[in-house]
Write a protein that binds this ligand. Structure first.
Ligand SMILES: NC(=O)c1ccc[n+]([C@@H]2O[C@H](COP(=O)([O-])OP(=O)(O)OC[C@H]3O[C@@H](n4cnc5c(N)ncnc54)[C@H](O)[C@@H]3O)[C@@H](O)[C@H]2O)c1
Length: 361
């Protein structure tokens, strides 16, 4: 699930949504990002933190800003859209923030789907876009279903291999739920756990479960630093590895972006990332009216969460439900960070004379 590992015991400092947004906005602007683009990036990062996907929230800023300072990510680049057919478009990210290409791409998909029922977008020359669910959410906000794919830097061996080749590239999709109820949001990396969870454990001085990764010698490890020197373990053996290949086919091979182990990760300073993405947006009222669709989703939800539980299971959740509940909770309580994370963010602020992050009393 999206919450952190069971070792996550460090005391927390809470930050409100508004403070997290304004801190991120200011910091990005001070680093040369135009205000309207900073807003898109800030919303995506803070939404990740609100949903409990704090592996892909504002703690990623130091790594993104380092790329920017090293000339590997262009703060001023603006993605462009090329309409290929009435229902197919291509975005060229021009090495801008992945958030901007993804925002433009899903927006174009939504517009095409409104007119033609479906919209398909391929994105090239992009960068890491964080948590896929924010893109799914953008489609859900327009009452649309979506598929959101991306490739990513090598972290996972293919089945039978021992070297990192495929990315732990997330597969995400969404569908509107019953009015006032839960939407369906699947957002999962094809590994046992997302690599961001290992970075987060390292940041927080925590151990990781032994089934997440192998160290550089191919041994199971609970040390996040050693795990980052080794490989992630695919979920479901060959099936997880095949899903990672699928993400590379649709996002990398098809788009013209890097693929087959060539994408560079957000922590890799050896060159531009050249990530590819692939989005499909679909109107849910193609075969019945939206109300009927939503009601059928409600029935599915009721049957899923209401089914007979295994011994020891207190509650069954719909995909995305834990994150939606965390979102509602964190809007009230604020987002919990640890001291070292706040320190790293304030250090970034100091570098460019931006305001420190405001914490809750
Ligand atoms: N941009 C990138 O390159 C990149 C790479 C890897 C991961 N990520 C992001 O990392 C995040 C975390 O990925 P992950 O694979 O660790 O996710 P996860 O394992 O936390 O969750 C995967 C999915 O399972 C569902 N789920 C989890 N626990 C559940 C439960 N008890 N009952 C019902 N459903 C449940 C979640 O709602 C989610 O849809 C994602 O947001 C992903 O987009 C991004």
């Amino acid at each position: 699930m999206a919450t952190s590992s069971s070792h996550d015991q460090a005391p927390k400092i809470h930050v409100s949504q508004i403070s997290a947004l304004s801190f991120t906005q200011n910091l990005l602007e001070r680093n040369g990002v135009p205000p309207e683009n900073a807003t898109i990036i800030a919303r995506a990062l803070v939404l990740a933190d609100l949903r409990g996907v704090d592996t892909h929230g504002i703690n990623r800023l130091p790594a993104y800003l380092l790329r920017l300072r090293n000339g590997l990510l262009d703060p001023l680049a603006q993605p462009t859209l090329h309409q290929i057919t009435p229902v197919v478009a291509q975005v060229d990210g021009h090495n801008s923030f992945g958030f901007l290409s993804a925002h433009l791409g899903i927006e174009a998909g939504i517009e095409m789907a409104k007119t033609y029922g479906i919209g398909m977008v391929s994105v090239k020359h992009s960068n890491h876009f964080g948590m896929s669910a924010w893109i799914v959410q953008q489609a859900l906000d327009a009452d649309m279903m979506s598929l959101v794919f991306t490739n990513s830097s090598p972290a996972l061996p293919v089945w039978g291999g021992k070297e990192k080749l495929m990315g732990v590239s997330p597969i995400a999709c969404g569908a509107p739920g019953r009015e006032g109820g839960r939407d369906f949001i699947l957002d999962m990396a094809p590994s046992v756990a997302a690599r961001g969870k290992i970075h987060k454990a390292k940041r927080r001085g925590e151990k990781i479960p032994f089934d997440w990764a192998l160290d550089g010698d191919g041994e199971r490890t609970d040390d996040p630093a050693k795990a980052l020197e080794g490989v992630m373990l695919p979920m479901g053996g060959p099936k997880g590895s095949a899903l990672a290949v699928m993400m590379d086919v649709f996002s990398g091979v098809l788009s013209g972006s890097n693929f087959a182990g060539e994408v560079r990760g957000p922590y890799d300073e050896s060159g531009e990332a050249d990530v590819g993405h692939f989005f499909v947006v679909l109107r849910p009222d193609l075969f019945m009216d939206l109300e009927a669709f939503r009601e059928r989703m409600g029935i599915l939800y009721d049957r899923v969460v209401g089914c007979e539980r295994m011994k020891g299971v207190e509650r069954i959740y719909f995909p995305g439900e834990i994150e939606q509940a965390t979102h509602e909770e964190r809007l009230k309580t604020g987002i919990p960070y640890v001291e070292t994370e706040i320190g790293a963010l304030n250090k970034e602020a100091e570098l460019v004379g931006s305001k420190k992050i405001e914490v809750m009393p």
